[in-house]
Design a protein around this ligand. Sequence first.
Ligand code: ZN
Ligand code: FE
Length: 255
Amino acid sequence: MPLSIEAIPAFETNYIWALHNGRDCVLVDPGSSAEPLDYLQRNGLTLCALLLTHHHYDHIGGVDDILAKHPVPTWGPVDPRIPQVNRPVSEGDQALVPELGLALDVLETPGHTTTHIVFHDDEILLAGDTLFSIGCGRLFEGTPAQMQASLDKLADLPGKIRLYCAHEYTQDNCRFALQVEPDNPELQARSAKVKKLRATDQITLPPTLAEERAANPFLRTREASVIEAANRRQPGTGHDPAAVFGVIRGWKDQG
Ligand code: ZN
Ligand code: FE
């Protein structure tokens, strides 16, 4: 059976991603344990690894509970705030899940937190809270320049890769993005599609990276329209991508 990827909703907006082949399963960022444990049991799946992107509670809160029942390899960043990680990985390393035939490349993406990492291959990007659909993570620990560099790494990946991020924030993100780029037809189309999906409580993920590059303002800080919007918001910003990024990130934070 080919790889299936399913979202297990948790808390208000989190998705815990489950990658499985009908027998073995990997969980990504289990912020809680009840929902994923129930999911494994209901589907008759055996847990074979955990993948963790960063230390925030809504991403690792369920790890202890899950490991107590299923002691599996736990891949994650080098960070004393996640002592459960027993397969620490850095930029250039791979997370290996032989049960699913997965070899995922690790990229360091500081910005949301200083040690945030993402996992990807040629088809999927497990982005945690670095890149959201039509948005990006808040800068809790990093600088705009760090986050711009992190997003540049993700924007450089092949466009057919699908984005599996950790939150259902897309509709809110579209509302903001339309303030930055009201005349972007790709964004207008995405926004309409997302509105329809959310009206019936459906998931808006996973978009392709090509779709994101066309509509996500945080991946578009070199586009004239986004540079102009940043300079309207804060005159004198100029066109340096990190400066433009800082202004639109701050704009979004202020609502
Ligand atoms: Zn987070
Ligand atoms: Fe989060």
